[in-house]
Structures are given as structure tokens and as C-alpha cells.
Design a protein around this ligand. Structure first.
Ligand SMILES: Cc1cc2nc3c(=O)[nH]c(=O)nc-3n(C[C@H](O)[C@H](O)[C@H](O)COP(=O)(O)OP(=O)(O)OC[C@H]3O[C@@H](n4cnc5c(N)ncnc54)[C@H](O)[C@@H]3O)c2cc1C
Length: 448
């Protein structure tokens, strides 16, 4: 099977690259083994919340020069601020076309999103169903907040979140209520408490009659509130539409918060991207795993997968976006770290004792988080120092950044995926332009 571009890994980095390629008319395939990190994420897009030296960042793009100074090898330093801006603008537009509205603050600053613990995390883009708490006026416009859960649901404890919120100076004058709402069908679902997860609740609330009953109970339990905070229990694809309906039924302004995995807010992004890619004509091979490939004269020629061991997949351009340790894109042994598909060069690995900070919740970055595939400035990896010119890397497999400490995870993934797609598109266009010349030269030679 022959493609213009093949993408290894269907997380946010791989899918961003794949959608951009297929939008430009390239014949594109994505091969992806398992669930991506999006299934565990908040569904908000972090761009940059902290510099490597720990200094907090309020306007991510303004911090790029300081980032480049502190970490010239950082993926953002390689692609530059304009490529990152372009990528995020493209991502917002592409998701909006598919009905997922992601917005930032008008002044391009980070905002806070509330966590299930009632603490705040800084981020840059949030979905339309997530309340954006401004960094400098957290409780702006709020006099009463209600934290609500579904009776028997264990993945969100409103009392705990409320006590943490109430301890904050910014919420001193805000009334914080908690409430539990009964779910129709609860008795039947409760037969197996392990199955009572956000995804199960979302199935019940898809039924409009049950949503109406839920709305009635919500009004009764909450009374009046400026903001009603609920766990994300409203479906993958149509979750935002269900919330809009619920807001109409109750008159409340509703904010979703991500729960324990599976995180419906994250899955919503992944499902939207996958459907969009397929709608545009891309080929998505899920549940398959790339095992290896043939590299000849500095170029990756073909790859082999678990399901297609005998039929190689051939392309002009390849992206590896197989994630970090979490997704098995990187593999750690006792003293070594490796990239398991091609054996790509990894950044220098210190002695095991220096892979992590002694404290798990350390204010400093855990060094292992910055380990990954070493790339040149155009994100091509190397094997024993030799660059593979038609293979690129994007997302969490890349070295020199810490998505957790910096709060830069999806931002790096989207922008490096988009940057690589632009490289592939340009190379493809150049090849096409050269094609007629080559043909005419061949004709001339044949004629002579
Ligand atoms: C728990 C958690 C929570 C996070 N929360 C946030 C958040 O709220 N906001 C934010 O911005 N960032 C967050 N991040 C960071 C961010 O989600 C990741 O940095 C980003 O999603 C990485 O995307 P990726 O596409 O590079 O990799 P991944 O999402 O890890 O995807 C890699 C994909 O490649 C597949 N794969 C691996 N090996 C192969 C193979 N051999 N063949 C085929 N496929 C393969 C995997 O199965 C996986 O589907 C979070 C990360 C984690 C781990």
C-alpha cells in the first residue's frame, strides 16, 4: 500500500499532522496502537504555563524569547513563535468546523480551569463548556457557585472541591454550595458500582426524557447559582450539545470539569479529530502497531505493522508521534531509554539515580520527563548520528521539554504536528513541480 504520508500514532500530535496533510490533498494514513494521552487529559490545550526555571507564564507567546534563552533545544525554540501561533489558530478553526469551540482569553493570556479537587490549573484554550477563570480575577462575576455530582458517582467529590475553593482568598465573598442529583435508572446501574463511570452516565443522559428528569432535579437541588459545576458526564461527540440543552432546561450556566479517566472532555477532542480525518478521506488503522521499517540511504522507505507483517506500507514522508513512556513511544529499561520502532537516537541519559526528583510532587521538573528522541532543527531524528530526512518527530516523543512542569503538552503536540505537516506538504509540492521537468528531460533524452 502506497501513501504520500504515513503517521505513526493517533494522539493529538499525529492527528494534527494527518488532518493538515489530508486537507492539502495528500493521501494519508494513520496507524495507531492504543488509547492516546487525550483519554486522560482535561480536554483543555496547555501552551505554556511555566518556564523551565520555574517562573510562571501568563502570556505564553510573549515568553518564547525567554524560553529559547533557557532551552534552545525546546521544540518551541526549534519551530518558533509564528509556527506555534499558526498551528493553534488552525487547530481552533478545524475543531470549530466540527462543532468543538475552543477559546482563549481575548488578551492572549492563560486562564485557570478548575480541577476536580477544587484547585486551579493554568491553560490556554478551553472548550465552550468549561468556565474560564481569569488569572487576575478568579471569581470575577460570581457570587454563588454550586458544585454538583450525581448520587453514587465516585469520581467527583463536590464537598472536597468546595472546601478547597472556600479556602482561597479570591472566593472569600463567594457562596459555595454542594448538591447531589439523582440519576434516573440509578438503581439498575448501581448493581455493579465499578461500571458507574462518566461514560455510563452519559449513555443515560442521551435519552431526552431522562435529561428532563435530571434537569428538574438539578433545579430543585441547586436553587440559584451563577455557575453550576458538574463532572464531565455528557458524552463524547454530542456532549456540548447535551449541555446546551440542559442549560436551556435549567437556565443555569454550566461548567464541566474533567473526572478520573476516562476523561470525556479529552475523548471528545480525539473522537472529533478522528472523524474529521476520516471524513476528509484519510485512512485510520486503529489497533495496529508499527513494528519496524527499512531505512535506505538516509530515508525511511517502508514500514511493517503487526497486522501487515508481509505487506509493507510505503510513503514519501513519515511522522513518528508515538508518544512518551505512557504510550510506549519510549521504552525504559533499568539504565537505558530507547525508541522501540526504529531505534532512533535518544538524548544523553544520565545515571538512573538522576532520572527523577526525590519528591514526587517536586517544584522542579523530573529529568526523565525531558528524555526523548533527539532531533535536528527540522525535527528529523537520527540513527547513530545520521539524519533520516523523510522521517519527522512530533509530540511527546520529542526530547527537551516537560509537558507537566511547563504546562505545554497539547500545545507542543499540535504545533509540532502542524509544523511537520507543512514540511511534508512543501516537499510534496516541490516533488510535483519537479516531476514534469524530469518527464520532459526523459522525453528529450529518449527523443535524442
Ligand atoms: C495523564 C495525562 C494528562 C494530561 N493532561 C493534559 C491536559 O490537560 N492538557 C494538555 O495540554 N496536555 C495534557 N497532557 C499532555 C498531553 O496530553 C500530551 O503531551 C499529548 O497528548 C501527547 O500527544 P502525542 O500525540 O504526542 O502522544 P500520545 O497522546 O501519547 O499518543 C501516542 C499514540 O501513539 C500510539 N503508539 C505508540 N506506539 C505505537 C506503535 N508502535 N504503532 C502505532 N501506534 C503507536 C499510542 O497507542 C498512542 O495512541 C496530559 C498527559 C497525560 C499523560
Amino acid at each position: 500500500m502506497k501513501f504520500d504520508s504515513i503517521i505513526i500514532g493517533g494522539g493529538v500530535a499525529g492527528l494534527s499532522c494527518a488532518i493538515r496533510c489530508v486537507e492539502s490533498g495528500m493521501k494519508t494514513a494513520v496507524i495507531t496502537a492504543g488509547q492516546s494521552a487525550m483519554h486522560f487529559s482535561s480536554g483543555s490545550i496547555d501552551v505554556l504555563s511555566r518556564l523551565p526555571n520555574g517562573e510562571s507564564v501568563s502570556t505564553p507567546f510573549d515568553a518564547f524569547p525567554a524560553l529559547a534563552e533557557q532551552c534552545p533545544q525546546h521544540p518551541y525554540s526549534k519551530i518558533g513563535v509564528n509556527a506555534c501561533r499558526q498551528a493553534l489558530a488552525w487547530y481552533q478553526g478545524m475543531m470549530e468546523e466540527s462543532g468543538v469551540f475552543l477559546t482563549a482569553q481575548a488578551d492572549e493570556s492563560n486562564h485557570y480551569r478548575v480541577t476536580p479537587m477544587g484547585t486551579f490549573r493554568s491553560t490556554w484554550l478551553s472548550q465552550q463548556t468549561v468556565h474560564q477563570f481569569p488569572m487576575h480575577a478568579l471569581a470575577d462575576g460570581l457570587s454563588t457557585i454550586a458544585l454538583v455530582t450525581v448520587d453514587g458517582f465516585r469520581d467527583f467529590q463536590p464537598q472536597l472541591a468546595a472546601s478547597n475553593l472556600a479556602a482561597l482568598e479570591a472566593f472569600r465573598d463567594v457562596k459555595i454550595k454542594t448538591a447531589n442529583v439523582e440519576l434516573p435508572d440509578f438503581e439498575t446501574m448501581q448493581r455493579n458500582p465499578c461500571e458507574f463511570r462518566s461514560i455510563d452516565i452519559s449513555r443515560v443522559l442521551k435519552d431526552e426524557t431522562k435529561l428532563h428528569a435530571f434537569a428538574k432535579s438539578l433545579i430543585k437541588q441547586v436553587g440559584k447559582a451563577d455557575l453550576v459545576i458538574l463532572p464531565a458526564i455528557f458524552g463524547n461527540g454530542d456532549g456540548a450539545a447535551t449541555i446546551k440543552l440542559l442549560e436551556g432546561l435549567t437556565g443555569f450556566s454550566i461548567c464541566e470539569i474533567p473526572t478520573m479517566p476516562p476523561s470525556l472532555l479529552g475523548i471528545r477532542l480525539e473522537d472529533t479529530m478522528k472523524s474529521h480525518f476520516k471524513q476528509l478521506g484519510g485512512l485510520l488503522l486503529t489497533g495496529d502497531e508499527v513494528l519496524g521499517g527499512d531505512i535506505e540511504q538516509g530515508q525511511l522507505k517502508r514500514i511493517y505493522t503487526r497486522h501487515h507483517e508481509d505487506i509493507p506500507l510505503v510513503a514519501e514522508h513519515f511522522l513518528i508521534a508515538s508518544g512518551s513512556f505512557f504510550s510506549k513511544g519510549l521504552k525504559a529499561e533499568r539504565h537505558t531509554v530507547s525508541e522501540p520502532i526504529f531505534g532512533l537516537d535518544i538524548t544523553d541519559t544520565p545515571h538512573r539515580d538522576h532520572w527523577y526528583q526525590p519528591q514526587f510532587f517536586s517544584p522542579n521538573s523530573h529529568p526523565f520527563m525531558k528524555m526523548g528522541v533527539a532531533c535536528n532543527d527540522t525535527l528529523n531524528p537520527t540513527i547513530r548520528g545520521e539524519a533520516i530526512t523523510n522521517l519527522y518527530c512530533a509530540g511527546a516523543i520529542l526530547a527537551h521539554y516537560d509537558p507537566v512542569h511547563e504546562g505545554s503538552g497539547s500545545g507542543v503536540a499540535i504545533s509540532t504536528g502542524h509544523y511537520v505537516a507543512d514540511k511534508m506538504i512543501r516537499a510534496q509540492q516541490q516533488q510535483q513541480q519537479q516531476q514534469p521537468n524530469t518527464d520532459s528531460k526523459t522525453q528529450e533524452r529518449t527523443h535524442a
